[in-house]
Design a protein around this ligand. Structure first.
Ligand code: ATP
Length: 257
């Protein structure tokens, strides 16, 4: 099997706000088509890491390479075009229909109307919303889960190579969340070469979705490996504690059976 190329690399990235060190020294690589989940407690630097990738913020020191190129040297618009971004608050434009929301970036890129219409339909089908039924609705006429599906469709609209998800299902009820997690996994598999990075503090979500899971604590990587490997061999006391919490929770459920 041919090894997949590295598409993202952090080289000794430091992020500080004033004298507060958020990321003391972060290095890691991601390969094309991987689904990476970033798990960590509140304030561990997960969102900061995502924001650095799409240049919402700049590193204090160190380099971020995108497909081998220093991302600071890249044109910001071209860089953002390669990246879809999905956030917890969804951020759909309230005065635009579902179709208009999804079409935002294709319109900026001046795609033709038939091409945009076709893409909107295709994406709504991908996220399992019937285009006939939903494309003319406004966000307020959708449930939270449906809105988040539109958010995913919008992020994928211009066919970006990277999609960044920041707690996309954080505000969604447990049942819908499970459904969306399954769908997202299928979407990632069906798209083939897209690289997904998803931030969460839900352990089950991170381990279910990630080809590799990055566990962060106080701005440092405590583990970055396949879920099974982390479960079998938790590399640090922090990760061991985290795994022990999962086991304790399982026991609690077994006790109820
Ligand atoms: N603009 C800023 N100025 C100063 N400090 C900031 C700024 N943005 C984030 N921080 C701090 O950086 C740290 C990491 O924040 P970050 O949002 O990356 O955490 P997180 O792991 O995503 O947490 P959560 O799960 O709560 O969203 C926090 O202590 C936060 O207060």
């Amino acid at each position: 099997m041919v090894a997949k190329q590295t598409v993202l690399e952090f080289q000794h990235v430091v992020k500080k706000y004033g004298s507060q060190v958020i990321l003391p020294d972060l290095s890691f690589t991601v390969r094309e088509g991987e689904f990476i989940t970033i798990l960590g407690s509140s304030g561990s630097g997960k969102t900061t890491t995502l924001k650095l990738i799409n240049h919402l913020i700049e590193p204090t020191q160190g380099k971020i390479l995108l497909k081998g190129q220093d991302s600071q040297a890249l044109d910001l618009i071209a860089l953002r075009r390669q990246m879809g971004y999905v956030v917890q608050s969804i951020g759909l434009f309230p005065h635009m229909t579902v179709a208009e929301n999804i079409a935002t970036v294709p319109k900026l890129l001046k795609w033709s109307s038939p091409k945009i219409e076709q893409r909107v339909k295709e994406l709504l089908e991908l996220v399992q919303l019937d285009p006939e039924k939903y494309q003319k609705r406004y966000p307020r006429q959708l449930s939270g889960g449906q809105q988040q599906r539109v958010g995913v469709a919008r992020a994928l609209a211009a066919n970006p190579e990277f999609v960044l998800f920041d707690e996309p299902f954080g505000a969604i009820d447990a049942l819908t969340r499970l459904e969306l997690q399954k769908q997202l996994k299928t979407i990632h598999q069906s798209l083939g070469q897209k690289t997904f990075l998803l931030v969460t503090h839900d352990i089950a979500e991170a381990f279910y979705l990630g080809d590799r899971v990055m566990i962060m604590h106080e701005g440092k990587i405590e583990a970055f490996d396949k879920p099974q490997k982390i479960i079998q061999n938790p590399p640090t006391p922090f990760v061991q504690n985290l795994m022990a919490t999962v086991k304790a929770e399982q026991k609690m459920w077994e006790g109820l059976e």
